[in-house]
Design a protein around this ligand. Sequence first.
Ligand code: ZN
Length: 432
Amino acid sequence: MLNTYCSSEENCERMHEPLEKNKKEVDKVSKYGILTQKRGTMIKKGDPENARLLNRSLILRELKKHGEVSRAELARSLDLSKMTISAIVTDLISEGFICESGEGNAMKQGGRKPRLLTLSGDHMYVLGVDVGLTNTTVAVANLKGQLLLKQKIPTRRNHSLKSIVEQIIELIDTLIKEFAVSKSEVLGVGLSIGGLLDKNQGYISFSPDFNWKDVYLGTMLEDTLGLPVVIDNCSRVMALGEKWYGNAVAAGNFFYVNVGYGIGSAIVIENKIYEKNSEFGHVYITKRDVVCDCGKTGCLESVSSGQAIEKAANRRLNNDDSDWLTARDVAAMALQGNEVAKQIFEDAGKYLGRALAIAANLFNPDKIIIGGGLSNAGDLLLVPLKQEFQIHCMDIIKDSTQIELSGLGIDGGVVGAVSLALDQYVFHSERL
Ligand SMILES: [Zn+2]
């Protein structure tokens, strides 16, 4: 499965262009004055214009964090003058990013009640795209991260680059038309996809799911869509969504495990996503002679993933060679009392719990979040997982580490993609 070359040269024409030609940097400052950082560069501090733009982002982040805030509270919390806050807020209101939402409480010493500010629920939008092996989901969201329109369709079985890019473009165009929004109101697109990639370059060095290598996907989509596009690895994107809108909002340090057909992972330390690949699915966990897609044996992915569950179920339960049992079928059978199906989930959960005890002992996270398609199995997976975790994790660490399912469910990927776009084009949380 881990071939490194695309199957069709014709369809991969763009992939094989010289890297410099296929590489493009997005504008430093958009027409709205929001930083759309040059790829691979840091924002320069000290320049007055940059300071103004950074202050805009800081104000927007305060509104994201607190919901409703007055101008005076912004001045206090950001240690900026009331005049500076007032000037930036006036700009942000006129451009449609924020609006006044009502009145707050008057000060103890009296005086007028302050007007409260909040992020705009309309006027400005981002798009989130979650490209999975089975399904592709696209959504329009506002600056509050609320999904306003969503569409999910099967990902084209022809996994050529050309075919998938065409499908993404068609989906986005359809959604923009249905939502009746103009592209000028869309600040940018966040895209989630599996594989080894460089977010700053919009570059996928290798996608095992689609068998792509050396693809500047971000630039390709930007050229066709006429919109800024940021891409990142699906597990990191899902962790970001969980941090912003899911069950990890209050967790500064957490480990996100994306348990689907394979097993991906992401690490968040002190509220920042660790940008390097985390390959938790390929830790060695069993002496059993089970071969993994990575070429090794005994990997966690080979015993706890959706793929592993399907293989075990079709070997043990599908005696008459009827239709291939999916992990969802096996979960349904387990819930109906099938003992073999229950045992298959119990085995998968135990291995996962044992591996998570190692991860927890390693960096002592506040939380471990289990997301991805297999998290829909709920207690079938979670109960044996927690039992095994309790057995193997050090007492002082297990007592302070919560294990929870994702709070975003099947929307985890697309909410993460929306968060990625908001982070890149509005809040800049990882760069300030
Ligand atoms: Zn492996």
